[in-house]
Design a protein around this ligand. Structure first.
Ligand code: PLP
Length: 409
């Protein structure tokens, strides 16, 4: 008899985007003349920039030529891309990382989930709350969290670290020490960031407790304030305690092309039950070599093109476009009397819903009265209740109109 991984039965149905889609479809059926503007889902809308498209075409031509055809590539990624990453994303910021500490993948989502393969099942996991749901669900699948408590909206055995307006969105150390700590900055969904000083506190805490920080910086390219760190490795000592996840998805519109990378420094150790230390870089290398066959050559060439002069100029124009939308949303909502967070170093705006309404009630109000779709904060964790996320990834015209409609509500 085939048995299943029963941890999957503990998962809660991810009804957030399904429920949103259902409510929107219902509204549209009942109001066929209304034009709905969607500022809910965190996907890009600008096309791939020409420098990247050209590089991809060129690579595809190479694949069709006997002389330049390539089969399986290195599982960890081609050195041409790993070297560009080191040079541009790290050395330029004064961080020394070596190419064999970079692992190219097909997404930060997969990396954030797969990393659990090399970590013990008894580790206590901490997530900030609200947060990108992948960290939580992948650990529930692995069995690091157990049953779900309907009353609190939390899983047993998972440590939730609230990041709300009350603590200025700065997560505080929990009462129980975690072994694995997921940090995501700039944050999805709140759009807030952590200063170097705040990040340093977490690095020191992890060092003191022999914990591992899993740092997701998928949105680093949206940082405008030069004092905010793009990488956790800008903090001294972080290479001993942190794995970093990066993605080209939002940086360069690769959500459909798929390319990302994880950084696993050689200084980083995990421990056996007996307390002997083991290099995590070696374990991740082994895991990737066994379960992954690399990202396709044309995609890695496309990613490489992001680092050319033209590529940089073009992707920065797109980021500026989204950040202008973020400003339109933030300023407009403030004028309309809302309390708003984020949106300055991230493409997400996190607003406090008016008193007395839940996140879902505000969703309905916005849909009915302004025909605008956003995401209820509670969908990202219990501490998201009372908040609401809007994204800057729409078109400028739609963003302007959505805000004008909200102002009239
Ligand atoms: N990390 C965060 C915080 C995200 O918000 C997302 C996507 O929305 C991802 C990772 C996924 O990135 P990728 O497209 O590289 O899988």
């Amino acid at each position: 008899m085939i048995t299943i991984n029963e941890n999957f039965l503990n998962l809660q149905d991810s009804y957030l985007f399904q429920t949103i889609a259902k409510k929107v479809a219902e509204f549209q059926t009942n109001n066929p003349d209304k034009r709905i503007i969607k500022l809910g889902i965190g996907d890009v809308t600008r096309p791939i920039v020409p420098a990247v498209v050209d590089a991809m075409y060129k690579a595809i031509d190479e694949m069709g030529n006997q002389e330049t055809f390539r089969g399986y590539g290195p599982e960890q990624g081609y050195s041409f891309l790993r070297e560009k990453i080191v040079e541009n994303d790290y050395l330029k910021r004064g961080v020394e990382i070596s190419p064999d500490e970079i692992f190219i993948s097909d997404g930060a989502k997969c990396d954030c989930g797969n990393i659990g393969d090399i970590l013990g099942l008894n580790n206590r996991v901490a997530i900030t709350d609200p947060v990108y749901p992948v960290y939580l669900d992948t650990n529930i699948m692995a069995g690091r969290g157990s049953s779900f408590d309907e009353k609190t909206g939390k899983f047993e055995n998972i440590i939730y670290i609230p990041a709300t307006a009350e603590n200025n969105f700065i997560p505080e150390f929990p009462s129980e020490v975690p072994d694995m700590i997921y940090l995501c900055f700039p944050n999805n969904p709140t759009g807030t960031t952590l200063s170097k000083e705040e990040l340093k506190k977490w690095v020191d805490y992890a060092k003191e407790n022999k914990s591992l920080i899993l740092f997701d910086s998928a949105y680093e390219s949206f940082i405008q304030d030069e004092n905010i760190p793009h990488s956790i490795y800008e903090v001294e000592g972080a290479k001993e305690v942190a794995i970093e996840f990066r993605s080209f998805s939002k940086t360069a519109g690769f959500t459909g092309i798929r390319c990302a990378y994880a950084v696993v420094p050689k200084e980083l150790k995990g421990y056996t039950k007996k307390g002997e230390d083991v290099d995590l870089n070696k374990l991740w290398n082994r895991r990737q070599g066994t379960k992954f066959n690399g990202v396709s050559y044309p995609v890695q060439r496309a990613a490489e093109a992001i680092y050319t002069k033209e590529g940089q100029k073009q992707i920065k124009e797109n980021i500026a476009y989204y950040m202008e939308n973020a400003k339109i949303i933030k300023d407009g909502l403030k004028e309309a009397g809302f309390i708003v967070y984020g949106g300055e170093n991230a493409p997400y705006i996190w607003l406090k819903v008016p008193d007395g309404l839940s996140s879902w009630e505000f969703f309905d109000k916005l849909l009915n009265e302004a025909n605008v779709v956003g995401t209820p904060g509670v969908g990202f964790g219990p501490s998201g209740e009372g908040y609401f996320r809007l994204t800057a990834f729409g078109t400028k015209e739609n963003t302007i109109e959505a805000i004008a409609r909200i102002k009239k509500m």
